[in-house]
Each structure stands twice: as C-alpha cells, then as structure tokens.
Design a protein around this ligand. Structure first.
Ligand code: CUA
Length: 345
C-alpha cells in the first residue's frame, strides 16, 4: 500500500510538472492583447496559420503516439516464432503498408496543401508597395524610433499614426545597430539591418493605440525601446498629419522665450531639431511637436509636465544608458526650458 501511495504521489508530481507550463501557455492565448488578438488582416492571417500548424502538428503527434502504443501493446508476449508462417506474412504486409502510408502518403497529403496555404499567406502578408498604401519611414535608433511621412515635412518619434482601414507600408532603416520592429496585434516582426532597407505591410481594422516593441536586443535600454501605433479614423489622421507638418509656433510667453534661448545655449539644439527655429540637430528625436506626444523616452515615462521635468533634469535616472546626457541647468533655466517645451504642441 505504501508503495502504491508513493507511486501515485510521484505520478501526481509528474503530471503537475507537465501540466503547469501548458496551462500557463494556454492562459496566455486568451489575452486581450498580443498576437492572439489580431487587430488587422495581416495579423489575422498569421494567427490563422499559427492555429492551423499547431492543430495539424498536434494531430500528427497524437497519431504517432497512438501507433506506437498499439505496437507496444500488441508485441507484448510475442516471440520470434510468431513472425513465421502465414501470420508472419500478414504482419509483414501490414507493416509495409504502415511504413508506406505513414512515411510517404501522409506527409504528401499533409505537407503539400500546407505549403500552398503558407505560400499564399506569405504572399498576402508581404505584398508591400501597392498603390494606395500609406508609406511611412521608420528609422531605429538606440533607443527610440524616428518616424517620417514622405511627401510631407512630418518628422516625429515613438508614435506611428496610421489611418484605420488602409494598408500601411513601412520602409525601415537603422541608424546604428540591428533593431526589430514588432506590433504583435498587427503583423510579424521585421528586423532593421544596417545598410539595408526592410519593409513591412499591415493594416489596422479598429481605431486605438497599440503597443510596439523593439524585438532584437540592441543595447542597455533595449527593453525601453517601445512605441505606439495610433490607429485613427482617416479624417482624424489627415488632421493630425497637417498639424504635425506645421513648424513650431513662436514662443508665446516670456518664460518660453527665455526657454528657447536656453535650449540654444545649453546645446540641446545640437542634437534635437525644432522646425521653424535654428535648432536642427539630428541625433535625438525631432521636438517640433513634443508636447503632443503620449510618452517620453520611447515609452519610458508618460508625457506629463512632472515627468518632462524629471526627464530633462536627469535623463539617465529614468533610462540609464540612453544617449541623452544630463545638462547642468539652474532651477530658473530648467523652468524656462520646460515652459518652452510645453508650448511645442
Ligand atoms: Cu532596439 Cu532592441
């Protein structure tokens, strides 16, 4: 009895070890966000393909295990003598059919249609450069995203605005190392490779904000290299584009005017551009409409006045290892600078 108990206890432990990771994995499948909650046709195609491959793979696995189990059960207690005579001939013929069926017929029947489906999905999802696509250029930097809209003056950072229901064609480059752009709800991930242009096509079906990540380790702050895809109704997107194309308005208050001078004097302008002013640096994000963005430091902080103050006073505190140095400023200078930056709407 004791032995039986130990055995059932051990079996329970083995079952728990086997089931726990599966349960954790399956729990992730019900997520409201992520690759299993597609937000557009490309992601839907990929999601469908995933379940098709997983389902077929599971069916083949079950079949193979069943055949193995059957063979183990039936060979129990048999001797070599059983393989001789008429019975032996029958069993050999059956084995031959099993090998032919499982080794040739089944793979052909399963893999040929699967290859066709995969090629179709591949062609559909990578069909970039079609007429009517919204073309957007994205440049990966350590550790942020530069976003440009060709044909306009719009340059922004860490936010890719797209119109709902229209295919988007991303043309991607990197300014330094390999990055990888990934918005799980919209499409697969595509690397940005030095010296090359890579492309991605997706479409957002619903308005909303989707989180994107860098999916290739690119340095100390790889984990804080996020961005947002902001899917907007077409007319709202056009309005946004027009606003973003405009240069920054001249500072309205005395403090902001002093802040603009401090921006020049402290050297901010050698890394950042503010269109409509003398600031035309291109190492850091374009700040022309900084205050209209949702986050700071590529998704590191929300873009609130308090967090902007925290970021400017010491960029290394919230995101150690990012390429923006802390610039020594007096409290008054910092206040003026913030007043200026808050006006860049
Ligand atoms: Cu860029 Cu990781």
């Amino acid at each position: 009895v004791r032995r039986w108990r130990w055995r059932s206890g051990a079996r329970g432990a083995v079952a728990a070890v086997a089931v726990a990771p599966t349960a954790a994995l399956v729990a992730g499948c019900g997520a409201e966000r992520g690759a299993f909650a597609p937000g557009g046709p490309v992601a839907s195609d990929l999601d469908g393909l995933f379940w098709l491959l997983t389902g077929l793979g599971a069916a083949v696995l079950v079949l193979v295990i069943a055949v193995l189990a059957l063979a183990a059960v039936r060979s129990r207690g048999r001797t070599d003598d059983d393989d001789e005579g008429v019975e032996g001939d029958v069993s050999e013929r059956r084995s031959r059919w099993l090998v032919l069926g499982g080794g040739v017929v089944l793979p052909v029947v399963v893999l040929v249609p699967l290859t066709v489906v995969m090629l179709m999905v591949g062609v559909r999802t990578s069909n970039v450069g079609q007429e009517g696509d919204v073309v957007i250029e994205v440049v990966g930097h350590q550790f942020w995203w530069e976003v440009r809209y060709p044909g306009t003056d719009v340059v922004t950072a860490n936010e890719i605005h797209v119109p709902v229901g229209r295919p988007v064609h991303l043309r991607m480059q990197t300014a330094d190392v390999i990055h990888s752009l990934w918005v799980p709800e919209l499409a697969g991930k595509i690397d940005m490779i030095p010296g090359e242009e890579t492309e991605l096509r997706f479409e957002a079906s619903e308005p909303g904000e989707l989180l994107g990540h860098c999916a290739e380790f690119c340095g100390l702050q790889h984990a804080r290299m996020r961005f947002l895809v902001v899917a907007q109704p077409p007319e709202e997107f056009e309005r946004w584009l027009t606003e973003q194309a405009a240069p920054s308005p001249p500072p309205a208050t005395e403090a902001a005017r002093r802040g603009e001078a401090a921006f020049e004097a402290a050297g901010c302008a050698s890394c950042h551009a503010v269109r409509g002013t003398a600031a035309d640096g291109d190492l850091g994000p374009d700040l022309t409409h900084l205050a209209s963005r949702r986050t700071l430091g590529a998704g590191t902080l929300p873009n609130t006045p308090e967090d902007l103050a925290r970021w400017v006073a010491d960029p290394q505190e919230a995101k150690p290892g990012n390429l923006m140095p802390a610039i020594p400023l007096s409290t008054d200078q910092l206040q003026d600078l913030l007043a200026y930056l808050e006006e860049l709407r």
